[in-house]
Design a protein around this ligand. Structure first.
Ligand SMILES: Cc1ncc(COP(=O)(O)O)c(C=O)c1O
Length: 399
């Protein structure tokens, strides 16, 4: 029987007395984070009987409730049960894992693909395979935390270059031209917090010139750019220059999971040595079924991404016309930079009171002094929703 005496609580509190000051400090800096529950997911949801426009959902193509996607998830659930019940290399690989990998490889234009439990795990698993203690990783200053954590895990020396700055990357590569070991350049195609797009062709040319591998995180470009949503590597025809194309099933795919597309050999090496692939249970059947359903939808409706981008362009133009700073955003992700942490939270809360969810994103997710509203346009937002939201955001910002 669990015995909770006053003494037990006193001892526990003594051992945890370092926690409260950390929480207090975060609160005093306007940096405290809490996970608030919403009753629904998607770009337009009902909260307490009211319609709320949600600009903080990554369900970019409004497919989380798509009938066909849910049917395919249900079919997989009915056929295989709730879990894969084993890791991929033991007995957890099902025919649908293989089917999804074959389709992802084909869509992305690569010989092979490998599915991971999440996008975070895809990065955490792949980078330490590509680079180790004797190697160098050149990372854009704004790459996602999962890529940075993966670099730390790899033990490679990390060299940062200025965001989307080809000259800065060139300098770094030249500075380390004689370094022994492998070289790896990492970037995102659509950046998760700024919504801008990397100059991929120039980065690929530089990587090639310096015999460096190139890995591109397409978490926010998968489904939203390129033919059938195959992403920007495919759109620009860079499959042969980009060593690894990484993506997630958690954004436009509206589900969960991550993947990489690459050569057959690299896939085999990852199967043998990517710890985030080997030492974890295979993704559950319903999640894989849903991803297959999304791929069916993207194949049948290849224009979803371009409609989304046209709507995002319109929304951005409304915010620009009112003088708001949306950085270099060129995608469905539109930042509205505020700067001060507490002000960003206050504006987000004011908008929430008006039926608009626009989460305040603060450091360390974004650089200090650049707290912002991160707005995601989705296909659930119609033109009148975008016009209404732009008006409310502009008015909240001006106050
Ligand atoms: C650029 C980028 N890479 C990777 C991830 C991790 O993906 P996931 O949420 O599937 O773990 C995210 C999202 O959180 C992301 O924005």
């Amino acid at each position: 029987m669990l015995h909770r005496s006053a003494d037990f609580d006193k001892v526990r509190l003594m051992r945890e007395d370092w926690i409260q000051p950390i929480l207090d400090e975060a609160r005093s800096l306007g940096l405290e984070r809490t996970a608030r529950a919403y009753p629904e997911v998607g770009g337009k949801i009902t909260v307490d009987g009211n319609t709320v426009l949600n600009f903080s959902s990554n369900d970019y193509l409004d497919l989380a409730h798509h009938r066909h996607v849910m049917d395919r998830a249900r079919e997989a659930l009915d056929l295989y049960g709730v879990g894969s019940t084993s890791s991929r290399l033991v007995a957890g690989t099902l025919p649908i894992h293989e089917e999804l990998e074959a389709r992802l490889a084909q869509e992305k234009g690569y010989p092979a693909a490998l599915v991971f439990g999440s996008g975070y795990m895809a990065n955490a698993g792949t980078i330490p395979v590509l680079a180790g203690r004797d190697d160098l990783v050149f990372a854009d200053k704004l790459v996602h935390a999962s890529m940075i954590d993966a670099c730390k895990l790899s033990g490679a020396k990390l060299v940062r270059f200025a965001h989307n700055d080809v000259q800065s990357l060139k300098q770094r590569l030249e500075q380390h031209a004689d370094a022994p070991g492998r070289k790896l350049v990492i970037t995102e195609s659509v950046f998760s917090m700024d919504g801008d797009i990397a100059p991929l062709a120039e980065i690929a040319a530089l990587a090639e010139k310096h015999s460096a591998m190139l890995m591109v995180d397409e978490a926010h470009a998968s489904g939203t750019f390129g033919p059938h949503g195959a992403g920007l590597i495919r759109e620009y025809g860079l499959e042969k220059s980009v060593t690894v194309s990484m993506g997630t099933m958690s954004k436009a795919f509206a589900g969960y999971g991550g993947f990489v597309a690459c050569s057959e050999n690299l896939r085999s090496l990852m199967v043998n040595s990517a710890r985030a692939f080997i030492y974890t249970t295979a993704p559950p059947p319903a999640v894989i079924g849903a991803a297959l359903g999304i791929m069916d939808v993207l194949e049948a409706s290849p224009r979803l991404g371009s409609i989304l981008q046209a709507n995002a362009d319109y929304f951005r133009s409304l915010l620009h016309a009112a003088g708001l700073d949306t950085l270099q955003s060129q995608s469905q992700i539109i930042p509205v930079v505020i700067g001060d942490n507490n002000k960003a939270v206050a504006i987000s809360q004011k908008l929430r009171g008006e039926g608009i969810i626009a989460a305040a994103i603060r450091p360390p997710t974004v650089p200090a002094g650049s707290a912002r509203l991160r707005l995601s346009v989705t296909l659930a937002h119609h033109v009148d929703d975008l016009e209404h939201a732009a008006k409310a955001i502009v008015s909240a910002m001006k106050k």
